[in-house]
Design a protein around this ligand. Structure first.
Ligand SMILES: *[C@@H]1O[C@H](CO)[C@@H](O)[C@H](O)[C@H]1NC(C)=O
Length: 144
């Protein structure tokens, strides 16, 4: 009996741990700060990252990976999570759905080429951002 209870507890814990939580503006800022610290990004580059512009820089690809991991959009094990993208970027404005989906359909890949993880994230997320930058700025912006 006790083993069964422990098992149930573990299953519930795993399910709860996997449930995606919508990130706020504060979460986005926290993720940016943490990734900035990890990758020691110069200020003028960081300012652009904060605005969801990711210029070429030796830190940019891995910074992007750091950021999307912290925002619950990507894991190295499972890649990009489409459901989480849709939940995060449409929860306030369902009209975003079309562009969020369009970006996913156009840009997502399963890294068949086995590029390193940072390159993979940069390739997919830059492509998706091109279509969804205004959405991202709004959802991760100060009023959300
Ligand atoms: C991505 O990261 C994971 C975990 O660190 C690693 O096991 C895997 O080999 C990496 N993938 C590539 C293609 O480098």
């Amino acid at each position: 009996m006790r083993q069964i209870l422990i098992l149930i507890f573990l299953v519930v814990a795993v399910v709860v741990a996997e449930k995606f939580v919508i990130r706020t503006h504060e979460d986005a800022i926290e993720a940016h700060e943490a990734c900035r610290e990890e990758f020691n990004v110069p200020d003028e580059i960081f300012e652009q990252y904060l605005n969801y512009v990711f210029p070429e820089h030796r830190r940019t690809k891995c910074y992007m990976k750091c950021f999307v991991e912290k925002m619950g959009l990507f894991t190295v094990l499972n890649g990009f999570n489409e459901k989480n993208f849709i939940a995060q970027f449409t929860y306030k404005e369902s009209k975003n759905l079309a562009s969020v989906r369009h970006g996913l359909e156009k840009c997502l890949d399963n890294n068949e080429w086995e590029s390193d993880n940072c390159t993979w994230v940069e390739r997919v997320f830059s492509c998706w951002l091109k279509i969804n930058r205004p959405v991202v700025r709004k959802i991760y912006g100060p009023k959300n």
